[in-house]
Design a protein around this ligand. Structure first.
Ligand code: ADP
Ligand code: MG
Length: 695
C-alpha cells in the first residue's frame, strides 16, 4: 500500500514573516522598538587606502583592487585564496570557510572593496576573512560611518538598517522630556540624537561615538535610565498599595529563641534584623534581599524573622535550592525551635507518599508553623493555613516564577475584594554579594540589607594555588589533616559539556583517594545520587565517620560542617569566581585554621589567572564580587533577566553612575508633578519590555 503523500499544512511562510520572527527575538515589535535599536558600533568605510599604505597601518582598514587570481587551495587545509591588486601593490584575501559560488563571484578581473586587518603573511600582505563587496569602478564611498547593529543570525545588517530607516519615517518624534528638564540637564533633543546615532554625519567625533560619551548617546542613556527608575518607583508604589498581614509581635518565642542561642548576634546581624522587624510590622508586603557573605550567619536572622511571624499568629516557610541545604536548615532550625514548642514541617521531593501527605496535612491545618523544604513546596497540593512570611535561601538559584509561585501560596482565599487581598512578606537571601548600587538599580523594587561582618572567632582561610602536577604533595597534606582529626572536602572538576564525564571523574577520584588514603574513610557525593543516599553520606561526614568527602559541586551551597578545615578543588581554573568563593566558604567555619588548595592545569588563560589570583589574595566576598562583575559584566553576573537589567542596553552602571543619580532625581520629580510625561516616557521606552519588571 502506498503511503499517503504528506501535505504541508501551513502555507509557506513569507520572507517577511521570517524577518518578523527574527525581530521579535531581538525584542523588536513596534516601530519605536526599531528606532531605539541603536548601533553596537560603527565602521569606517569612508576611506580607501592604497594597498601599500594600508599594509603599514594598524587596525582595520579598507582597500580596493581588481582580482588577479582566485583559487581553492588544499594545503594546509581547504581554503579560498584570492589575490587583488591596485597601482601600489597586491594583497591576498584568505577564506577558510567559503561557498563554492564565491569562486565565481570573485573571478579574475572583478573589482572589490575589502575591509579588515592586514597581516604580513608568508606571501606578503594578507587579510583573513575580510568583509568585502563586489563593486563597479568609481562606485561612490559612503560619506558617513556605517552603523553596525546588534542582529541575530540570518538577519543581514542591510535589511535591519532598511527596516530601521523605514520605521524612522513613520514614528512620531515628540520629545518626552519637558523642555526645562532637558535644558537643565544640558541634553540634546530626542529626535536629533536618534538620527545622529543611526546616521552619523561625516564630521562626527568618532571617538565619542565609539565610547558612547557623545551627547547623543548620553541623551539615550539618560532616557533609558529614567524609564528604569520610573518603572522601579512605580512597582514600589504598586507593592505598597497591596496589603500584607502585619506581623507586629516580637513575643515569647522570639525572646526565648534569642536567649537560647549559644552566641550573641553580631552587630551586623542585629542591624539587619532591626530592618526586617520594622518591615514585618507594616501592613504592606516586605520585599527584602538579605545579602551576606558565606558564613556570615543569615540563617539565624531568617529564623528570627520566622519567629516574629509565628509570634504574630502566622506561618512562615523557608525554601532552599537543594535537598542537602534544605535538610540542613531543617535540622538546625528544628533543633532551635522545636524545644520552644514550634511545629516544624519538612517537605521535599524525596519524601515517601505517606510522609508527604502527613506534612501537607500539618501545613494545611496550621499545626506546622514553620515549613522548610525545596521547590517541592511550590507544587500542587501544598496549601497553607495562614502564611505570613516567605523566605527564599540562595534566591538567585530560583527563577522569578518559582519565587512568585511560593508567594502565591500565601494569597488569601477569603472573599475579600481583589485589591484588598493580602500577600505574604518576602525575605530573599543570597551569598553572592552584589554591590549595593548595582542591586538597587538592577532588582526591581527590592530593599537590600547587608550583613557585612563575620561572626567572631573565625580564622581566615588560607588559599594556595598549586599546579596539579603536585597532586601527590596535596594528598600528603590531606592525610596529615585527617590524622589531626580534621576533615577534608575534595571537589571534582566541573565538566560543563558532559554530566556523565563529570560523574566518571568523581568516581575515579574517589577510587584513587580510597587507594591512596587506605587508613581513612573516603566518601563520595554527587548530583546523581538518590536523595536518601546523599543524605546518608552527608550525615556520615557530619558525624565525622567519613574524613574525606569527594564531591561534585553539589556541596556548593550552604553546607555547614565546622570540623571540615581543608578543601581541595581540582581544575579550579574551570570554575567561576563566585562559585570558587562559595565552595571555599564550606571551610573556615570552625575555630581551626583552614586552607583551600586550588589545583590547576597549566597553561592558564588570562581570566583564569585573574580569578585564581583574586582567590589567593582575598577572602572578602564583596571584593570578589566586584572582580567577578568586572570579568563577566553585569548581565551574566546577575543571571538572566533579573528584572531591571533587561531594560538597560545603553547605559553602563559603572561608568554612568552620575547619570543614574540624575535619572533617579528626575524620576522623583516627574512622578510627583508630571504624570503625563511619566506615561509618555514609559510607553516609549518600556514598550513590550514591561513584563520583565514584574518580579
Ligand atoms: P550563611 O550566611 O552562609 O548562611 P550560616 O547561617 O550557615 O551562614 O552561619 C554559619 C555558621 O555561623 C553557623 O554554624 C551559625 O550557627 C554560626 N553563627 C551564625 N551567627 C553567629 C554569631 N553571631 N556568632 C557565632 N556563630 C554564629
Ligand atoms: Mg546559608
Amino acid at each position: 500500500m502506498a503511503k499517503p503523500k504528506k501535505v504541508s499544512e501551513s502555507a509557506p511562510r513569507s520572507r517577511l514573516d521570517k524577518i518578523k520572527d527574527k525581530l521579535i527575538k531581538l525584542g523588536l515589535r513596534s516601530d519605536m522598538d526599531l528606532v531605539l535599536h541603536l548601533p553596537l558600533r560603527y565602521e569606517d568605510e569612508t576611506q580607501v587606502y592604497p594597498i601599500h599604505q594600508a599594509a603599514l597601518m594598524s587596525g582595520s582598514t579598507q582597500v580596493e583592487g581588481v582580482v588577479t587570481a582566485c583559487e581553492v587551495q588544499f594545503r594546509p587545509r581547504r581554503q579560498l585564496v584570492v589575490t587583488i591588486a591596485d597601482e601600489s601593490g597586491q594583497l591576498t584575501m584568505r577564506f577558510l570557510n567559503f561557498y563554492g559560488s564565491q569562486t565565481k563571484q570573485l573571478a579574475e578581473g572583478t573589482r572589490v572593496r575589502a575591509r579588515g586587518e592586514i597581516r604580513q603573511g608568508f606571501f606578503g600582505a594578507e587579510m583573513v576573512h575580510p568583509i568585502y563587496k563586489v563593486i563597479l569602478e568609481g562606485a561612490p564611498l559612503p560619506t558617513a560611518l556605517t552603523p553596525i547593529y546588534p542582529a541575530g543570525e540570518g538577519l543581514p545588517q542591510a535589511a535591519l538598517r532598511k527596516l530601521i530607516l523605514e520605521a524612522m519615517a513613520r514614528i512620531e518624534w515628540q520629545d518626552t522630556l519637558p523642555e526645562p528638564l532637558r535644558a537643565a540637564l544640558g541634553l540634546p533633543a530626542f529626535e536629533s540624537s536618534v538620527r545622529l546615532l543611526h546616521n552619523p554625519p561625516p564630521a562626527v567625533d568618532e571617538g565619542a561615538l565609539g565610547d558612547r560619551s557623545h551627547p547623543a548617546w548620553v541623551r539615550m542613556k539618560f532616557d533609558e535610565l529614567l524609564a528604569q527608575q520610573l518603572s522601579l518607583k512605580r512597582a514600589q508604589t504598586a507593592r505598597r498599595a497591596k496589603g500584607a498581614a502585619a506581623l507586629p509581635h516580637i513575643g515569647k518565642l522570639s525572646q526565648e529563641f534569642l536567649a537560647s542561642l549559644p552566641f550573641q548576634l553580631t552587630a551586623a546581624q542585629q542591624r539587619v534584623l532591626a530592618e526586617i522587624r520594622a518591615d514585618l510590622r507594616a501592613a504592606y508586603p516586605m520585599q527584602r534581599l538579605l545579602q551576606g557573605d558565606v558564613g556570615s550567619g543569615k540563617t539565624v536572622v531568617a529564623a528570627l524573622a520566622a519567629a516574629q511571624a509565628i509570634d504574630s499568629g502566622f506561618q512562615a516557610v523557608l525554601m532552599a535550592p537543594t535537598e542537602i541545604l534544605a535538610d540542613q536548615h531543617f535540622r538546625k532550625i528544628a533543633a532551635w525551635m522545636e524545644p520552644l514548642g514550634v511545629g516544624v514541617a519538612w517537605l521535599t521531593g524525596s519524601l515517601k507518599k505517606k510522609e508527604k501527605t502527613e506534612a501537607q496535612a500539618r501545613i494545611e491545618s496550621g499545626a506546622a508553623q514553620l515549613v522548610i523544604g525545596t521547590h517541592a513546596l511550590i507544587q500542587e497540593g501544598v496549601q497553607f493555613a495562614k502564611l505570613g512570611l516567605v523566605i527564599v535561601d540562595e534566591q538567585h538559584r530560583f527563577g522569578v516564577g518559582q519565587r512568585l509561585a511560593l508567594r502565591n501560596k500565601g494569597l488569601d482565599t477569603t472573599n475579600a475584594l481583589e485589591e484588598q487581598k493580602t500577600v505574604p512578606h518576602q525575605l530573599m537571601m543570597s551569598a553572592t554579594p552584589i554591590p549595593r548600587t548595582l542591586a538597587m538599580t538592577y532588582y526591581a523594587d527590592l530593599e537590600v540589607s547587608v550583613i557585612d561582618q563575620l561572626p567572631p572567632g573565625r580564622t581566615p582561610v588560607v588559599t594556595r594555588v598549586i599546579d596539579q602536577e603536585r597532586r601527590d604533595e596535596v594528598i600528603e597534606r590531606v592525610h596529615a589533616a585527617a590524622q589531626e582529626g580534621r576533615q577534608v572536602y575534595w571537589v571534582c572538576p566541573l565538566i560543563e559539556e558532559s554530566e556523565a564525564l563529570q560523574l566518571q571523574t568523581a568516581t575515579d577520584t574517589h577510587a584513587m583517594l580510597t587507594a591512596a588514603l587506605a587508613d581513612l574513610q573516603v566518601g563520595l557525593v554527587h548530583g546523581r545520587m538518590k536523595p536518601l543516599e546523599k543524605q546518608q553520606v552527608m550525615d556520615a561526614f557530619t558525624r565525622a565517620e567519613i574524613q574525606v568527602l569527594v564531591a561534585t559541586t553539589v556541596i556548593e551551597v550552604g553546607v555547614d560542617v565546622p570540623n571540615a578545615s581543608l578543601m581541595v578543588i581540582e581544575h579550579a581554573e574551570r570554575f567561576g569566581l563566585s562559585q570558587l568563593h562559595q565552595l571555599r566558604g564550606r571551610v573556615g567555619r570552625g575555630a581551626a585554621a583552614s586552607a583551600c588548595l586550588l589545583l590547576y592545569q597549566s597553561p592558564l588563560g588570562p581570566t583564569a589567572k585573574q580569578r585564581l589570583r583574586t582567590m589567593r589574595e582575598t577572602t572578602d566576598g564583596f571584593e570578589i564580587a566586584r572582580t567577578d562583575l568586572q570579568i563577566r559584566g553585569p548581565g551574566e553576573f546577575l543571571g538572566a533577566r533579573q528584572s531591571g537589567q533587561a531594560m538597560l542596553r545603553f547605559a553602563d552602571l559603572e561608568t554612568d553612575q552620575w547619570l543614574v543619580e540624575r535619572a533617579r532625581d528626575a524620576a522623583h520629580k516627574l512622578l510627583e508633578s508630571d504624570p503625563a510625561t511619566v506615561e509618555a516616557h514609559l510607553a516609549r521606552w518600556l514598550g513590550s519590555r514591561e513584563d520583565f519588571l514584574k518580579v
